[in-house]
Design a protein around this ligand. Structure first.
Ligand code: ADP
Length: 581
């Protein structure tokens, strides 16, 4: 039963209990005005007007009777409006909570999970699938009560009319069609769920194409991929259209199917009525009530397709919502404040899926050491560094700081002790000041400025149109590479953590920036345990310790002179770089 799938999410309805209740009450009122208001007018209010035998009615009475028509429609209009309004209100509130919960979960999932999914697809789940789920839940809250109630009312009416005139047999004939309509509802529901899942995944695919294209805007132009990208995109959207039309094909078939079955039911009732000599008036009233009972059945059928679509979206959302948070705080964390920064890797192995990235790595990096990680691309340097802040979990062995396993510390405590300067520093579309403040929440303006000075960033920041309050654009798009680097370094100064992880930029900066960045870094590393994922041998020569990586192993360690003399891989990497620069 589909409904059970949604039960854990009914909690979302609780917070909007008031509006939902109002929506249902107004919905019932609307149903009453529509279903009962008009027939009652026809049955009881209008006849006196046409009953001339009792003499002409005073004009005021006729006017009063006439006024009933707009009154009923006003009631219907107002209750219909309020029903839609409150449903909508509840809907957007629910959507808000679902989205935020989804987003919150994405923040704490292991990096490996986020990296294994396409960004656009994750976005599409967070926007389109949450919207679908919200729509389903509000539909359910609204029609799930209104329609069955209306149906029961109508069945009682049909039963009563039939029973009064011809007994139980007619009643059964009248209602025989009701169970039959369940078949198309079930059949179509089954067809819809598979296609809904397909559609949502294609929507994810299209969104992913979109985000990938925008992220590669420069490359698309550089390699003249415009036409190819448009082709790929239109192919994706064409597939999406096909998937949408498949749903439309089935979902739209429901109403006509139910109508044909109802009409057949009415035909049988007609035959039976002819055979048993029922009066026209009774027959008409039964048919009217009977026809009225098909509308809620139709709507419930539509609700069923809606539930199937919601279920498909739920499946996609639960991939994220149910994903275990494997990297989390331990149950009984070891209390740590400021760490010294003695790093130790003990027999550490790690793999991305089946792809082994580190095998039995053992290394000790005493506090205050500037340690360069060197080796061919793909040798495991980045992975090694990422295990320190516990971005990934070791498969075997352990990573300890000051003798405490990183898994034994609270994540926030661990990460507070680590500053990260990445190759392409990410800036948020906010002011420079706020971007720097990310280094240490609550720092004063003077501290921020001091950090910027230390990073040789103060001068260029002052030259920006609004100084520290200049907004940097998405991903810091309005700044040069060297400027972004210096802001990242300023952030690290502000953080003043005992452990520093530096992913050296591969792309060359202009020589002024380069000199400023190098000088800032020289000051930043003082007194800290530093891991540099090194690409430039100028940096490496200055390191007090070098770890040479090859195919996921540490194959040598020492200082530059010793390694150059004693390690062939190191010598060849060094010579090759000397030759190319
Ligand atoms: P390096 O920093 O020395 O270039 P990495 O640590 O980035 O090396 O990569 C080590 C190995 O792990 C490589 O084979 C690489 O392809 C693989 N790898 C790195 N990151 C991921 C990832 N997110 N998912 C799957 N494989 C990865």
């Amino acid at each position: 039963m589909t409904l059970r799938r949604f039960r854990p999410y009914f909690g979302y309805l609780k917070q909007v209990r008031g509006p939902i209740t109002k929506a249902v009450v107004y919905g019932l009122l609307y149903g009453a005005a529509t279903g009962a208001g008009l027939p009652l007018l026809v049955n009881y209010v209008f006849p006196p007007i046409f009953d001339r035998q009792g003499g002409a009615l005073p004009f005021s009475t006729v006017a009063l009777i006439a006024a009933c028509i707009p009154m009923v429609f006003l009631l219907r209009a107002v209750s219909g409006y309020l029903n839609s309004y409150y449903t909508q209100y509840a809907g957007v509130r629910i959507l808000e909570s679902i989205r935020v919960d989804y987003f919150r979960k994405l923040q704490v999932l292991p990096l490996s999970f986020v990296q294994s999914k396409r960004t656009g697809d994750l976005i599409s789940r967070g926007l389109a699938d949450t919207a679908q789920l919200q729509f389903t839940l509000t539909q359910l809250a609204n029609d799930g009560i209104k329609q069955p109630a209306t149906l029961i009312g109508a069945i009682v009416a049909v039963g009563w009319l039939a029973y009064k005139s011809q007994g139980v047999a007619l009643m059964l004939v009248c209602l025989a069609a009701v169970p039959v309509v369940v078949f198309p509802i079930r059949f179509i529901g089954k067809k819809v769920i598979k296609r809904a899942a397909d559609m949502q995944s294609r929507l994810g695919h299209v969104t992913a194409q979109f985000t990938e294209n925008l992220a590669a805007a420069r490359e698309v132009r550089a390699f003249s991929l415009e036409a190819r990208e448009v082709d790929r995109f239109s192919q994706g959207t064409a597939e999406l259209v096909t998937a949408q039309m498949k749903i439309a094909k089935y979902a739209q078939a429901l109403t006509p199917a139910i109508e044909v079955i109802s009409a057949t039911g009415i035909a049988f009732t007609l035959l039976y009525a002819y055979g048993s000599g029922i009066e026209l008036a009774t027959f008409i009233s039964i048919i009217t009530a009977l026809y009225g009972s098909y509308d809620p059945v139709k709507k419930m059928g539509a609700l069923n397709s809606e539930l199937k679509r919601g279920e498909a979206s739920l499946d996609r959302l639960e991939v994220v919502l149910h994903e275990p948070v494997t990297i989390a705080d331990p149950a009984a964390p070891v209390a740590v404040s400021r760490l010294r920064g003695d790093l130790a890797f003990e027999n550490v192995s790690f793999s991305y899926g089946d792809n082994a990235a580190l095998s039995e790595v053992t290394a000790r990096i005493p506090a205050g050491t500037v340690c360069a990680l060197v080796g061919p691309s793909g040798a495991g340097k980045t992975t090694f560094a990422n295990l320190v802040p516990r971005f990934y979990e070791v498969a075997a062995g352990s990573v300890t700081i000051d003798g405490t396993d990183v898994r034994a510390m609270r994540l926030a405590d661990l990460r507070r002790n680590i500053a990260l300067v990445s190759q392409e520093p990410v800036l948020f579309n906010d002011t420079i000041f706020n971007n720097l403040l990310l280094g240490r929440e609550g720092a004063t303006r003077d501290e921020v400025i001091a950090a910027a000075r230390a990073a040789h960033a103060h001068e260029f920041i002052e030259k920006q149109p609004h100084g520290y309050d200049t907004v940097v654009g998405e991903r810091g798009g309005l700044l040069s590479g060297g400027q972004k680097q210096r802001l990242a370094i300023a952030r690290a100064f502000l953080r003043n953590a005992p452990i520093l992880i530096l992913d050296e930029a591969t792309s060359a900066l202009d020589s002024d920036s380069e000199a400023a960045v190098q000088d800032a870094l020289r000051h930043l590393v003082v007194g800290k345990t530093v891991l540099i994922i090194a690409h430039r041998f100028s940096t490496i020569r200055d390191a007090s310790m070098i770890l040479v990586f090859d195919k996921g192993r540490v194959v040598a360690q020492g200082d530059h002179a010793a390694l150059y003399a004693g390690n062939a891989l190191y010598k060849s990497l060094y010579d090759r770089q000397q030759g190319s620069s």
